[in-house]
Unconditional design. Structure first.
Length: 103
């Protein structure tokens, strides 16, 4: 988070998490340097629903719910954001890596 904050670059986050994790801590630790959030569903039993996840954010957060990781990447690559950060669950990152392999 400190590295992201140090570089004043518009930043978009692709994010999802498991419901048994401290999601508020994950969000709060980086929210100050994210300009827009793309929320993606996970297809594992322990995943939090996208609607429940959205409720964890502050009201000032700019949030878009995407239908899947491919949609999130498509949207991320078609925005004016300069930097894209993928984080949350290892499942989130694994899904992103599958999409990145296509690029």
């Amino acid at each position: 988070a400190e590295t992201l904050k140090a570089e004043k670059v518009p930043t978009l986050a692709i994010f999802s998490a498991l419901k048994d994790k401290n999601i508020e801590l994950m969000i709060n630790s980086i929210e100050f340097c994210i300009d827009e959030w793309l929320i993606v569903p996970l297809t594992v039993n322990r995943a939090i629903s996208t609607q429940d996840l959205v409720e964890k954010f502050s009201l000032s957060s700019k949030i878009t719910i995407c239908k899947d990781m491919a949609s999130a990447f498509h949207q991320a690559l078609n925005t004016q954001q300069q930097r894209v950060v993928v984080f949350g669950s290892f499942h989130t990152v694994a899904d992103a890596m599958k999409i990145l392999d296509k690029y």
